[in-house]
Design a protein around this ligand. Structure first.
Ligand SMILES: NC(=O)c1ccc[n+]([C@@H]2O[C@H](COP(=O)([O-])OP(=O)(O)OC[C@H]3O[C@@H](n4cnc5c(N)ncnc54)[C@H](O)[C@@H]3O)[C@@H](O)[C@H]2O)c1
Length: 295
């Protein structure tokens, strides 16, 4: 038997042993060791930006992994819906309307999480905003709005999380962006704030490690959420299906695997960072982006 045939034979044997390929065999079960590594059972997660998009999906993914979730957003519409999805999975959910650009509001969110759940193990800073403008035309209002949410919001969230987790340790997951690695026209302020998120992450990892707190970031590529709806929404607020198809096709063409992302492509990476599966990771940036940026 040549080497390739030998490897194929060995793979077929293994698949058979683990129920992978045999017709009618029961579904293979994950080893308890692996389930434990990715489990958030008994843990409490705070998720900002949880009214919609990736934040809403992160709350659901964390609940699927066994966490109780505190869902926060400035947009109250949608928050209760996310909380209901968490409860439908058998987990507790607490809704806390919060503007993350204000330190006092973020501190109040942490206090509420502690009074309602007694602990915070995971804190995901997902809230973010995007406005398009050329540098020469950016207004002070655009600048303050974007930096207030994306940069100050993540900074104050990280600060509150460190204080809340100091006694027992935990994991902070910040959402950056492929835009933080790659300059592009009309998103300069957004890109600056996302590069800042990566540095906040590294700085916090240095300071919080001694408390058993890990701090990492996820830098998504193009993901189908309301944030990117500007690419295909008409002035009257309706969706232009042709523009939507073109926008997604154009983005997919930039990826070696020829696709754009779904929220779970990001929240599964977030779960890895939130859970013990990533216990040796801190100060790092994971880049689920379909390969569009490889810094
Ligand atoms: N969609 C993408 O392609 C993409 C790519 C890279 C990074 N991101 C980042 O992912 C994160 C989630 O974005 P999304 O795509 O789900 O967008 P989204 O617009 O669907 O969700 C963002 C959420 O943040 C909330 N938010 C905005 N300002 C807030 C504030 N001051 N306080 C509290 N909550 C606030 C919004 O209300 C919204 O619910 C953001 O940080 C975004 O920058 C998105």
């Amino acid at each position: 038997m040549d080497m390739i045939s030998g490897l194929r034979y060995q793979a077929a044997r293994l698949a058979e042993q683990h129920g992978g390929k045999t017709d009618g065999a029961p579904e293979p079960t994950l080893s308890p060791n692996l389930v434990k590594a990715f489990s958030l059972a008994g843990r409490v997660a705070v998720v900002t930006g949880a009214a919609r998009g990736m934040g809403a999906q992160a709350a659901v993914t964390f609940a699927e992994a066994g966490a109780d979730v505190v869902v926060a957003d400035v947009l109250e519409e949608g928050l209760e819906e996310t909380a209901e999805k968490v409860r439908a999975l058998g987990r507790a959910a607490t809704v806390v309307p919060t503007d993350v650009s204000q330190k006092a509001k973020v501190d109040a969110l942490a206090a509420r999480a502690l009074t309602s759940h007694g602990r915070v193990d995971v804190w995901a800073n997902v809230a973010g905003v995007l406005r398009y403008s050329l540098i020469a035309e950016t207004t002070e209002d655009d600048y303050a709005f974007i930096t207030g949410v994306n940069q100050a919001g993540v900074y104050w969230g990280t600060a509150a999380a460190i204080r809340a987790m100091k006694e027992q340790g935990g994991s902070i997951v910040n959402i950056a962006s492929a835009g933080g690695d790659m300059p592009a026209p009309t998103i300069s302020v957004y890109a600056m704030t996302k590069a800042a998120v990566m540095m906040i992450t590294r700085s916090a990892a240095i300071e919080a490690g001694e408390f058993g707190i890990r701090v990492n970031a996820v830098a998504p590529g193009f993901i189908d959420t309301p944030m990117v709806a500007g690419y295909y929404t008409r002035e009257d607020g309706t969706v232009d299906p042709d523009a939507k198809r073109d926008a997604f096709a154009m983005r997919a063409a930039q990826s070696p695997i020829q696709r754009t992302g779904e929220p779970e492509d990001i929240t599964w990476a977030m779960l890895y960072l939130a859970s013990d599966a990533s216990r040796f990771m801190t100060g790092q940036v994971l880049r689920p982006n379909g390969g569009v940026v490889m810094p």
